[in-house]
Design a binder for this molecule. Structure first.
Ligand SMILES: Nc1ncnc2c1ncn2[C@@H]1O[C@H](COP(=O)(O)OP(=O)(O)O)[C@@H](O)[C@H]1O
Ligand SMILES: [Mg+2]
Length: 431
């Protein structure tokens, strides 16, 4: 368009372009405003979704405390915020196109005005001048066309940019530190050693102050200690959810940070305090760690976990849908299924973090029997509140405030008559 215009009439070409800087400044201003507004709109929508998620998850707590009204009030508040920011986002990105249309019309008016002025005062004949005006009005509209097309899509473009920004935030999170071409861990041949480990989640707030534990292959180590003493933290380090600040964790003399992360995690099986089931059948849930496992292996794992009888007593057996309203399982049943899931992956190192802490005593005995079977021949770390479950551990480690205060088997610790002995006597009385 520029080439055509300048070929035809240089003066009129300049006239047509004269308003461009103004249009650019106006567009730049509005786009900046729209960018800010749409970003805020997306953030507010994120907050609203977060709020809904939290309130839905916590609905039982909300109901028992009679806070339904407050919950709704909170929702309305978040919703109002979203409404406001969405409104300003829409207005700013919606106003751009009409503004540019206005600029285009204004530009046409300028072209007509100057064209006519040339026609009246210029050297051209009236006919030629009129033709020039008509042609340039047409050019002026075409000249603005690309700007109009772009700005009519601007709302969507701005949303895409904001989306990209949010994706980028996630993408820029640091990766796990995984060694390239790490050694592959095939199993524990001799021993696992936690050596003078110090660790803090937050800089300056050390949680573990020099913890050392050594485990021979096939041994069971029990971790006991008050809440907050750092038991779960030790587990987190074994699986490399976090890395130690100083000291080391080694398997047969090799630092676990040198192992390929996948092969490390394949060898470590964890049963957590709160069992997690996924939607799908019970069989799918048990073979979650190894989707190619045969039905025989699934049944075998379930038998070892003491849950086979219960599963076969269900009308649909192993094909029972977990997500069904009909099949709501108790905490103990879920725990046994998640133990079966861990058994199926046949891990070399087994970690049980308070696996029996929220079940009744019958289920506990059930889980206990399952655990005893699972633990056999495997190196295992067991965290337990109820000391009954760990009486026959090869080694009991007592943690307090991130430090090991006692270590030994049940008999030795009782004779020592220290913290563990006190804990044990307390539980004998209360149970
Ligand atoms: N993700 C975390 N970020 C910061 N501090 C944490 C985190 N997890 C646990 N802690 C702190 O570490 C300490 C030990 O916690 P934890 O290992 O879970 O104790 P335990 O399992 O023995 O009850 C506690 O003081 C807890 O507040
Ligand atoms: Mg814990």
């Amino acid at each position: 368009m520029l080439i055509v215009m300048f070929n035809q009439n240089v003066t009129m070409a300049w006239v047509t372009m004269a308003s461009t800087p103004v249009a650019l400044v106006v567009a730049g201003f509005v786009m900046k405003k729209a960018g800010v507004a749409v970003n805020r709109q997306q953030d507010d929508i994120g907050n609203l979704n977060g709020y809904i998620n939290e309130q839905v998850t916590a609905q039982k707590v909300i109901i028992t405390n009679g806070l339904q009204k407050d919950s709704i009030k909170g929702f309305l508040k978040h919703n109002q915020t979203v409404r406001k920011s969405a409104m300003s986002g829409l207005i700013w990105s919606g106003v751009l196109n009409p503004l540019m249309q206005g600029m285009s019309l204004l530009n046409t008016a300028i072209v007509i005005f100057f064209g006519s002025w040339f026609a009246l005062n210029g050297t051209l004949s009236t006919g030629a001048a009129l033709a020039l005006v008509v042609v340039f009005v047409n050019y002026a509209q075409q000249y603005y066309q690309p700007i109009m097309s772009l700005t009519s899509l601007y709302g969507m473009i701005q949303l895409a940019i904001t989306g990209a920004r949010r994706v980028d935030e996630v993408r820029r999170q640091p990766d796990e530190i995984a060694p390239k071409n790490g050694k592959s861990l095939t199993g524990i041949k001799k021993e696992l050693q936690i050596d003078d480990v110090r660790f803090s989640y937050l800089p300056g707030k050390e949680i573990l102050h020099g913890v050392s534990i050594s485990v021979h292959k096939g041994e069971m180590v029990a971790l006991v200690g008050p809440t907050g003493s750092g038991k779960t933290t030790v587990m987190n380090l074994l699986n490399r959810f976090y890395d130690v600040d100083s000291g080391s964790i080694t398997v047969d003399g090799v630092d676990i940070r040198e192992f390929d992360l996948q092969s490390l995690r394949k060898n470590v099986g964890i049963v957590l305090q709160d069992p997690q089931l996924f939607s799908g059948t019970i069989a799918d849930n048990i073979r979650y760690g190894d989707p190619s496992a045969s039905m025989n292996r699934v049944i075998d794992a379930a038998k070892q976990a003491n849950i086979h009888e219960f599963i076969t007593s269900l009308p649909d057996g192993y094909k029972t849908q977990v997500s069904d309203e009909q099949s709501v399982f108790s905490a103990g049943q879920k725990q046994l299924m998640s133990i079966a899931r861990t058994i199926l992956t046949n891990p070399q190192l087994l970690i049980l973090d308070e696996a029996t802490s929220n079940v009744d005593t019958v289920t506990e005995a059930n889980i206990q029997a399952a655990m005893d079977r699972v633990i056999q021949g495997r190196t295992s770390f067991v965290i337990a509140h109820r000391l009954k479950t760990i009486l026959n551990a090869d080694k009991i480690v007592v943690l307090k405030d991130g430090q090991i205060i006692e270590q030994g088997n049940h008999q030795a610790l009782l004779e020592k008559n220290g913290f563990y002995a006190g804990l044990y006597k307390d539980q004998m009385v209360t149970n």
